[in-house]
Design a protein around this ligand. Structure first.
Ligand code: ADE
Length: 230
């Protein structure tokens, strides 16, 4: 899978992908991640990428020119399945979308800044707009890092135990059950007996009941969505 990240702050995006699972996926060649500096595609000598909003008002707007130059160059080299803009007013990102995106070959993620990008970028160059939550980040970079991280761990061959992504919270609209490891008794805080019983059917039933109980308590909205297709 190829992921191209378009940003005016490339430094922010380097850290998250230099650790553990994502780093290994890149080293194994399962994912090819390229960070592009939009500023290099600016058309003027001062290398500006933003300008005042027509009609006035506070805040700068990211110009269409540099973004179009960069996206056009990438599109001349590859066919992209999705060109995604990260923005707080996009569609709310969830596990179902991560599952879908993890099956794609080539995607572009465009990180917004300031008051956002010129609307013509959204109207003509983008295929999807995603928000990672109802809050405003200083830029789309951290949102893009979340999307990349959630996609990469789902690609076959990335996690050592391939089934473990299937038992994540949200995969079946349920939160994951509690987990424990040794010691079985720590300061009198005991691991539930059933987990030590060796009875796999009973353990599975206990885990499912715990998942439902946790979901009802913390995220009842997920249970209403149980009929949704993945
Ligand atoms: N840029 C700023 N805030 C964001 C959010 N919540 N999701 C996606 N991109 C953003």
């Amino acid at each position: 899978m190829n992921i191209d990240l378009l940003t005016i702050l490339p430094e922010i995006l380097k850290g998250p992908f230099e650790q553990s699972i994502v780093k290994r996926a890149i080293e194994k060649g399962i994912v090819n991640l390229t960070i592009h500096d939009i500023r290099k595609y600016s058309m003027n000598k001062h290398k500006t990428v933003d300008d005042y909003a027509f009609g006035g008002g506070a805040g700068m707007v990211m110009e269409i020119g540099p973004i179009d130059n960069l996206i056009s160059k990438l599109k001349s080299e590859k066919e992209y399945d999705e060109i995604i803009y990260l923005t707080p007013d996009g569609e709310k990102y969830n596990q179902k979308m991560a599952n879908q995106l993890s099956t794609k070959n080539n995607i572009i993620l465009l990180c917004g800044h300031y008051k956002g990008v010129d609307q013509r970028v959204r109207d003509h160059l983008i295929t999807k707009e995603l928000s990672v939550g109802d809050y405003v980040l200083t830029g789309g970079e951290l949102a893009a890092a979340i999307v990349v991280d959630t996609i990469i761990r789902l690609i076959p061959g990335v996690l050592s135990d391939e089934t473990s992504a299937l038992t994540d919270s949200f995969q079946d609209n349920l939160l994951a059950p509690p987990v424990y490891t040794r010691p079985a008794n720590y300061k009198g805080w005991k691991v539930p007996d059933v987990l030590l019983s060796g009875k796999h059917d009973e353990i599975e039933t206990w885990r499912m009941n715990q998942s439902v109980k946790r979901t009802k308590k913390l995220r009842p909205d997920l249970l209403k969505r149980s009929g949704d297709k993945k």
